[in-house]
Ligand binder design. Structure first.
Ligand code: AMP
Ligand code: MN
Ligand code: MN
Ligand code: MN
Length: 289
């Protein structure tokens, strides 16, 4: 039994080979534990296929576990990520909704490859596919790894800057899940919905207010405050946001790969003592050892 409290080393956001990470759920669990994580969640993009393995691996490594996923949502012409925690990973509406969300990825990837071919980068679809662990989850990250390894760019962030973001040759707009559906899938499966890395969206204050209020209107209750995607200043800003809106606070590295990720599993600042950690609200959903 792991004692769960505000200072528990919880890492509730990371990715395995089931989506766009490079480590298996088992390798992540071992690494998380070695880094001191006590409560862990694997949050693959649009997919819960790794949950049973992650739960078993968490317990084998000596960690408590919360189920997780990160759902891609289209909101106000932008992509927003919603993390789900503590749901029943076999819930039918959730599993089917995620399957539909994954559905367009292959066609999108072929269109991305066409855009890249037009600027002289041939064979990007087949190239990216070599890096994919789950054929339903070909993502921009896999294209980025291919473009680095084939010498077109020096690192993954250069690929995103030059090729894979809006207005660039490999970018293809895509319709993801609605905010309402994503929040409902999570909450109706017994979990808590959390706005992932709010500092990453470049929203105006008005757009951000709209996101938070619509999210809460649908039943969303959490927000990531301390994440590998936030600077210290952003963590302070979203501490205030969580307090202002009465949202539960989450903490997660968003770890993808030892060579790419800024923040390693479990190596994060603590949440401010003024916040209610989302894991306090999820105590009954934690899979204890
Ligand atoms: P996709 O779901 O296919 O659109 O891919 C989104 C993924 O790309 C995110 O989950 C991140 O892992 C990765 N990503 C997005 N922007 C960047 C960036 N600027 N640098 C590195 N990785 C990024
Ligand atoms: Mn990712
Ligand atoms: Mn994300
Ligand atoms: Mn993520």
């Amino acid at each position: 039994m792991i004692a769960i409290h505000a200072l528990t080393n919880a890492d509730l956001h990371c990715h395995s080979t089931v989506s766009d990470g490079t480590l298996s759920p088992e390798q992540l669990a071992t690494r998380a534990r070695a880094n001191g994580v006590e409560l862990w969640a694997l949050t693959d993009h649009d997919e819960v296929g790794g949950q049973a393995r992650a739960l078993a691996a968490a317990h084998a490594a000596g960690m408590a576990y919360l189920t997780g996923c990160e759902i891609s949502v289209s909101f106000a012409g932008r992509v927003v990520h919603i993390v789900g925690l503590g749901f029943d990973h076999e819930n039918r509406a959730l599993v089917e909704g995620l399957q539909r969300t994954r559905g367009g990825r292959e066609a999108r990837a072929r269109d991305m490859a066409e855009g890249l071919a037009q600027v002289g980068i041939k064979g990007a679809f087949e190239g990216a596919l070599k890096y994919v662990g789950n054929p339903e989850l070909i993502s921009r990250t896999h294209f980025a790894r291919f473009l680095v390894d084939s010498g077109h760019c020096n690192d993954v962030s250069e690929v995103f800057r030059r090729y894979l973001t809006e207005g660039k040759p490999g970018f293809v707009a895509h319709k993801w899940a609605s905010l309402k559906d994503a929040v409902h899938w999570i909450t109706e499966a017994g979990g808590v919905a959390v706005i992932a890395h709010p500092g990453r969206y470049d929203f105006t204050p008005t757009e951000e207010y709209a996101l938070i209020t619509e999210f809460m209107g649908h039943g969303g209750r959490g927000i990531e405050v301390v994440t590998g995607s936030h600077s210290a200043a952003e963590a302070l800003k979203y501490t205030d946001t969580a307090l202002e809106f009465g949202l539960w606070a989450s903490r997660g590295s968003d770890f993808h790969c030892p060579d790419e990720s800024r923040t390693d599993l479990g190596k994060l600042d603590a949440l401010s003592g003024r916040l209610t950690p989302v894991w306090d609200a999820l105590k009954a959903r934690i899979h204890q050892i």
